[in-house]
Write a protein that binds this ligand. Structure first.
Ligand code: HAM
Length: 441
């Protein structure tokens, strides 16, 4: 067994004198990126089975795209967008606060409405919201976003929910730990009736709701249902239910979605106060969260947005989608103790002397080409420090190349478990290692 290597004491720096990341943003270090790699891999594997294809709009879009789609009275547009004016053209651009608007713009701009519908796309990348940073809430975070554009069928609402469920299951989550909350917020015909009833109800309790909600009653009354202020939470419990105001078509649509979920055996909770923080939704809306805590943050949120394509200048094309918060998924994967490691080197190459170092560069490239994961310290001349590193890396084999070996065209192969050493012709070393590695693994 390799000896335990003593770590040198940590050096410290004065963080206050450093230029640090902006508030609410963080570096994704290599150990954490293993989780992102895993998420990307599972995304690809899962969504390809549901026939979604990857599509990435730019990180910057015209700010107007978001004003128009998410809604100018929403928190995202009013308070949270990072905007800038370009120096030469004076264009107002925004860092994307979400994917849906950019994907719909891409759908229209690239003529995807002429392709066979629905168009099923997914994206994975950073989004930006200037929110108050707290646990699970960042100003730069990644989303996995899924959209199905061009068809009004309730089958597609159900498919997006089923794909979301499969994705979480493939990641390693237990279905029984998750909760899908679902509601219907109707269409342009029935929603105004509901909003009128909600405003009427809230006006009867005007003194009991928070100041923000009193304002929201004038600008965006549905947001009252989303308020987390304990006073408003009590009032909204007795608020009228959307389901009592749905028109016949919206009722049928919602019933069909629930029927499919029931038939497939997906459990869900009907949540009559579920509305979403973006204005483009219609009919089905849903969120997925961990069951354990009433207050737990959502892992994913989505729903139908049947009017958005037309609103952004396209044809009348209904759509449905969902987005996952990647950092929240990573945090949950850590809670369920999912662990990842960097691939372990199979060989450590030690070189002694100038001629050996030259030869080592050539050999190392050959080993990499042969897919034999090898580590070496070609920057080091000291044999002891190379041996120390070979121990730390814990590779099953070490190769030792000294002046004499170079002259003889040989190399020493050391089995790090048994300690046995053999001298082997350099030209045969790759073939020899491959044989032994197959036997060992
Ligand atoms: P959203 O609910 O705003 O929906 O965001 C989706 C998910 O992003 C949330 O469920 C949460 O996991 C994550 N998230 C949101 N804000 C933060 C934050 N500040 N820090 C970390 N994670 C966060 C949308 O973005 C819609 N575009 C989803 C959609 C797609 N609807 C239809 N298609």
């Amino acid at each position: 067994m390799p000896s335990k290597v003593k770590q040198p004491p940590l050096k410290r720096i004065n963080k206050r004198r450093l230029l640090q990341t902006p508030r609410g943003m963080k570096d994704i270090l290599p150990e954490d990126y293993l989780y992102y790699d895993y998420l990307i891999e599972v995304t690809k594997k899962t969504l390809e089975f549901y026939n979604f294809r990857r599509c990435e709009p730019p990180v910057l879009e015209k700010a107007e795209l978001y004003n128009k789609s998410i809604g100018s009275n929403t928190d995202i547009v009013e308070k949270e967008m990072y905007t800038l004016k370009t120096k030469e053209e004076g264009e107002f651009l925004a860092l994307r606060p979400e994917y849906t608007a950019g994907i719909v713009r891409a759908y229209i701009e690239n003529g995807m409405f002429n392709w066979p519908q629905p168009i099923k796309l997914y994206s994975f990348g950073p989004v930006f919201r200037h929110e108050k940073p707290q646990a699970g809430r960042y100003r730069q975070f990644y989303q996995l976003n899924i959209e199905s554009i061009g068809d009004a069928s309730s089958a597609l609402d159900a498919e997006v929910i089923l794909a979301s469920r499969a994705f979480l299951e493939n990641l390693g989550f237990n279905q029984s730990d998750l909760e899908i909350r679902i509601n219907s917020i109707g269409c342009n015909r029935c929603r105004p009736l509901y909003i009128r009833a909600l405003v009427r109800y809230c006006k009867q309790h005007l003194k009991d709701i928070c100041k923000d909600c009193q304002k929201r009653l004038k600008t965006n009354p549905l947001r009252v249902l989303d308020c987390k202020n304990p006073k408003c939470v009590v009032i909204k419990e007795k608020a009228p239910s959307f389901l009592d105001y749905l028109c016949g078509d919206c009722k049928d649509h919602f019933k069909n979605v629930l029927d499919i979920l029931d038939n497939v055996g997906v459990s869900y909770v009907l949540d009559k106060t579920l509305v979403r923080g973006l204005d483009y939704y219609s009919r089905t809306v849903f969120e997925i969260r961990k069951k354990e805590k009433e207050t737990s943050l959502s892992l994913a949120g989505g729903g139908r947005y049947d009017y958005l394509v037309k609103l952004l200048g396209g044809l009348d094309r209904p759509a449905v989608g969902v987005a996952f918060g990647v950092e929240r998924l990573v945090e949950e994967l850590k809670v369920i103790k999912k662990k990842f490691e960097f691939p372990k080197p199979k060989v450590f190459l030690i070189q002694i002397g100038d001629a050996a170092k030259k030869q080592a560069f050539i050999l190392l490239e050959k080993l990499r080409k042969a897919n034999i994961l090898t580590e070496a310290n070609l920057e080091k001349d000291n044999i002891n420090s190379q041996i120390k590193n070979a121990d730390r890396v814990n590779a099953p084999y070490a190769l030792i190349l000294g002046q004499q070996e170079v002259l003889d065209g040989m190399i020493i192969l050391k089995d790090m478990t048994s300690g046995l050493q053999e001298t082997i012709p350099l030209e045969r070393i790759i073939e020899e290692l491959k044989k032994r590695l197959v036997r060992k693994f």
